[in-house]
Design a protein around this ligand. Structure first.
Ligand SMILES: [Zn+2]
Length: 284
């Protein structure tokens, strides 16, 4: 093969990568399932006593705040959208919310880098309604919101819950909404992306199963656990909505992990998340 042909082949390959697509415009649906991880900041937890853990028992008090994009041949799903909204992040600076939540990278910019605009996203779902998971929700008001009844009810309750920031998701009130009633909700109908009920941390807390061809199955934890030490030492935070539900949900999820051999990604695990490949790289 001469070098001209090789060069041409390389151009064709490069031109069809998502990054190149981003430069040209829109990302195309991938031929197989992908999971992108975005850096949506961190939480510098000022007081860990509510987690029933002592300083000497944990590796760090910091918690990661990742956001996730699942890209399926039939559509896309955003799972958790950060704490600090993009609008609060100054160019080149740090955005802060509730003193200890910070972010330096805009989610919108990270999506654009792989060719997605929020208007392209098919579905939006949160593990739960707390402020550190809904930061950029308004950006996805045109997506179809997959939400369980008790979560939606508490999000629009009057007075609002002090555990969230209603202004950051107010636009979802009029979004196309699917009230999820099934314990397991199969997002794309082929079993590869399943939202699983795991209540306790919040009234209708949920976790996300993503069955990737090369990586294997992955389960995104939501806040079923925060610190990885909660799992190891079997500690239940004092601030859970319903601790006995948390115990039952943890037991069900652990049994599911054993059965499926899925990896558990604890979303707030600072060290664990630091090791994950970040977008534009992805898991497939
Ligand atoms: Zn959280």
């Amino acid at each position: 093969m001469n070098s001209k042909i090789l060069q041409l082949m390389l151009v064709v390959i490069l031109a069809t990568t998502p990054v190149a697509m981003a430069q040209q415009g829109k990302a195309q649906p991938p031929s197989s399932l992908r999971l992108y991880v975005f850096d949506c900041g961190k939480l510098d937890i000022p007081d860990i006593t509510p987690y029933q853990l002592k300083k000497e028992e944990i590796a760090t008090n910091l918690m990661s705040v990742p956001c996730f994009l699942v890209a399926h041949p039939k559509g896309t799903l955003m799972w958790d959208v950060g704490a600090v909204p993009d609008s609060a992040i100054p160019p080149g600076g740090t955005g802060t919310l509730r003193v200890y939540g910070t972010s330096t990278k805009k989610l919108g910019t990270q999506l654009a880098a792989i060719g997605y605009s929020p208007a392209d996203i098919t579905y939006l779902a949160f593990s739960h309604f707390h402020w550190d998971h809904i930061g950029n929700a308004n950006m996805f008001a045109k997506s179809t919101w997959l939400v369980r009844k008790l979560e939606r009810d508490i999000m629009f309750a009057d007075p609002p819950s002090p555990r969230t920031e209603p202004a950051n998701y107010s636009a979802l009130k009029d979004s196309k909404t699917v009230i999820v009633t099934q314990s397991d909700y199969d997002v794309f109908g082929d079993g590869s992306v399943v939202i699983k009920s795991a209540p306790g941390h919040s009234p209708d807390h949920q976790v996300l199963f993503v069955n990737l061809a090369k990586t294997g199955p992955v389960l995104l934890s939501g806040d079923l656990y925060h610190y990885p030490e909660e799992r190891k030492l079997k500690r239940i935070p004092t601030t859970e909505f319903n601790p006995s539900q948390t115990i039952a949900s943890r037991a069900a999820v652990e049994a599911f992990l054993e059965k499926t051999h899925a990896q558990l990604w604890i979303q707030h695990d600072f060290m664990g998340t630091a090791k994950l490949k970040k977008s534009p790289d992805f898991y497939d």
